[in-house]
Design a binder for this molecule. Structure first.
Ligand code: SF4
Length: 70
């Protein structure tokens, strides 16, 4: 799988978010390098909605809630 094209500007990938989790490196491997389609930040971003500053990649349920809003 391909690296996420959003890595250059992504606040998570760039370690710019508050409270970065200890598992951030593993999450980058899982989501940013191998599975962007499952990333909460990615799915919100491609929906055209603003990505919350505290939305981490594994928060897919929250992301689904955001993108289901009308
Ligand atoms: S997979 Fe998600 S967290 Fe990683 S760079 Fe892409 S949008 Fe950012």
């Amino acid at each position: 799988m391909a690296e996420c094209e959003k890595t250059p500007k992504c606040q998570f990938f760039g370690d710019k978010m508050d409270n970065m989790p200890a598992a951030a490196a593993a999450m980058k491997e899982t989501f940013c390098m191998n599975g962007k389609e499952a990333c909460a930040r990615y799915v919100v971003s491609i929906s055209g909605r603003p990505v919350p500053p505290d939305l981490f990649p594994h928060m897919i349920e929250r992301a689904r809630g955001i993108i289901s809003q009308t």
